[in-house]
Ligand binder design. Structure first.
Ligand code: BTN
Length: 330
């Protein structure tokens, strides 16, 4: 969508009623026939528009696509998401966001894509990113904290995701799986990949990459065993624009509180109450070793606290957690 089309869309969303063709001509500095072309373009992109002689144009339906104008219409956050770079397709929103961050864009800017050709997951995995169905976005942050605190952001994002999903009032019971997943019925719904550029005492920027499986109707094998979407869990379709805004609306106040707090203490009870791993036997796979134990909780610094076999307390700061059942590891 070009800038003028986006501007016309924004105007009609904001007004929420008829906007005269004359007003659109004036505001955008274009002719009547150019306005008509932009209206046709919007229709071809799926927007329903009424055109009534003497009254002008009125938007009667949104598409739910996470384009700037639609996201802004649901956004309450004051800094996060106020600037959105939307791409129909890109390799990875995290890669684009890192480039923008290096160029100096302000905290709160987000990069959103309708699809990714090289979506990145944790541990070098790929994040399958088909078009038209899910959310893939990256938020640029510039927290003035030592880099050792940055991994805590992943858990804060998990809280924001949990709250945004809970606001949908579905029979979903999402659970947070330390450190970066949201699961529903044991399958992955959202993933978070935080990447940063820093020195030990100084964080230059953090890119928070978030993937949410929203309206995807099937997953290829073997992913179908471990991944799910809101659509698959509920049978309903969701506005990606509204959900994206909701995540940012929840995350901004959490982030602001976290900046003034020493640690995650202020949100620990929420994290533990919604933690999939709480009191479970787990194995944590790290690059060079695996650690097993029973989950005692999450520390104020965001580590997973395990009770080891000898009764010792083990603090784990990173890794991939697997639930252990009597016969298998999930
Ligand atoms: C994981 O659970 O492994 C993390 C997945 C993170 C995926 C998101 S989609 C938007 C952003 N861009 C990427 O390339 N990855 C993250």
């Amino acid at each position: 969508m070009n800038d003028v089309t986006a501007r016309i869309l924004s105007r009609m969303i904001t007004v929420g009623d008829f906007v005269s063709g004359e007003a659109l001509c004036r505001e955008c500095g274009i002719t009547r026939s150019a306005v008509w072309k932009h209206i046709s373009l919007l229709r071809s992109e799926g927007y329903s528009l009424d055109a009534v002689t003497g009254r002008g144009y009125r938007l009667s339906g949104l598409t739910g696509r996470p384009v700037e104008a639609e996201v802004l219409s649901f956004l309450a956050a004051r800094r996060f998401g106020r600037k959105i770079a939307y791409h129909p397709v890109t390799a990875s929103t995290n890669i684009l966001a890192k480039t923008l961050a290096v160029e100096g864009v302000a905290e709160g800017c987000i990069v959103v894509a309708d699809s990714q050709t090289g979506g990145r997951g944790r541990m070098g995995r790929t994040w399958v990113s088909p078009s038209g169905v899910n959310l893939y976005f990256s938020l640029i942050l510039r927290p003035g904290v030592p880099s050792i605190r940055v991994p805590q952001l992943t858990l804060l994002v998990a809280v924001a995701l949990h709250r945004a999903l809970s606001d949908l009032s579905l029979d979903l019971a999402p659970m947070i799986k330390w450190p970066n997943d949201i699961l529903a019925n044991g399958k992955k719904l959202c993933g978070v990949l935080c990447e940063m550029q820093s020195e030990p005492d100084l964080t230059h920027f953090v890119v928070v990459g978030i993937g949410i499986n929203v309206n995807q109707s099937e997953f290829p094998p073997p992913l179908h065993e471990s991944a799910t979407s809101l659509f698959l869990e509920t049978g309903q379709l969701f506005s990606r624009a509204e959900l994206l805004a909701s995540v940012l609306n929840h995350f901004e106040p959490l982030y602001d509180a976290w900046l003034v707090e020493e640690d995650l203490g202020f949100i620990l009870s929420f994290l533990q109450a919604h933690s999939l791993l709480q009191s479970k036997e787990v194995t944590i796979d790290q690059l060079k070793r695996s650690i097993s134990g029973t989950v005692r909780g999450i520390s104020r610094l965001g580590e997973l606290m395990l009770d080891g076999a000898e009764g010792e307390i083990i603090l784990v700061s990173s890794g991939e957690a697997h639930l252990r059942t009597s016969s298998s590891i999930i």
